[in-house]
Design a protein around this ligand. Sequence first.
Ligand code: NDP
Length: 335
Amino acid sequence: MKIVSVLFLYTLAVINNAWCSGIPQIKLNDGREIPGFGLGTWLGIAKGGQGLEPVKDDSVQKAVEWAIDAGYRHIDTARIYETEQQIGEAIKKKIAEGTVKREELFITTKLWNDAHARDEVVPALRQSLKELNLDYVDLYLIHWPLAHFTNLTFEIIDYLDTWEGMVEAQQLGLTKSIGVSNFNKDQLERLISNSKVKPAALQIEVNLNLQQSVLRDYCKEHNIAVTGYTPFGSLFPSKAAPNAPPPRVDDPALVKIAKKYNKSVPQIALRYLVDLGVIPIPKSTTKSRLEQNIDVFDFELTQPEKDLMKSYDRGYRSVEPKMWIQHPEYPFEKN
Ligand code: NDP
């Protein structure tokens, strides 16, 4: 009886760790490491397109708890998502249960555009830490290179000044690493050539329709880790804009590859991003899907399969905040 229970517990432990095994740890240019796969926690744009989807129940807390059980150790959030508090609750619970230690987790949050003044950065991070109920985050990112007031009118603050505030936050130990998000190559180059501290990571949209080879190559050359947001792009018809290029999740060529490995199309799309050297951060608040998403480290795509997936690159953005298009630091194409 005793042996059977020990075996049962052992099997459970193996299953529990199965998903996390094989996730690469990626070395950052500041000497720390980031897990090569993470969980996104943005609930998206509200139905009807007006503002963000409100956080009204405990779905994010539950998702983070399930994710930690499934082997996720890297969680992505931002001040603007309003999910920091629920993430904090989930982390507190999982640490109290003994499932993880704080130092095994990698938590990223982001500075919102209304706190770009140099002296606003540290207080903004302290506010995020209060919500997260943490003493430090692992990575703090400037969410966008542009600043605006709370009422959305544009504010002109040089991101080099904002970066000085980020460096101070790191020196104070409030964040282990610092980086940026949605910076284009020119903005990244200017930041690097004018600062003593190089960003450790760049977070940008990467998916089949937007493979970002120019920025990825630049980051490789400068040893900057690339985190890929909206990793599914337009794969799901319910999320795809009417003009979005293919493929969709029922694309016959992708279905054939997925079947070959006994995986789903979302899984092979994520695996392809891993092969590009990108750290995908898919969002899901559905237990079965978040478990499925991280289960992509036990097979390898062949070169012809990767070539096919490369052919879907159209430079097409799913996330395009046109309301900021007139801002001098708008980072994307203006046409
Ligand atoms: P994703 O590409 O991660 O897509 C999320 C959607 O896909 C949800 O509707 C989810 O539904 C669904 N989904 C997830 N897994 C599956 C699956 N296996 N099968 C079918 N459907 C699935 O988009 P996001 O825009 O959320 O990007 C991911 C994360 O990146 C964000 O949550 C956020 O953390 C970050 N981000 C950062 C940005 C930045 O400016 N820095 C901008 C945008 C995102 P469900 O939850 O119901 O399962």
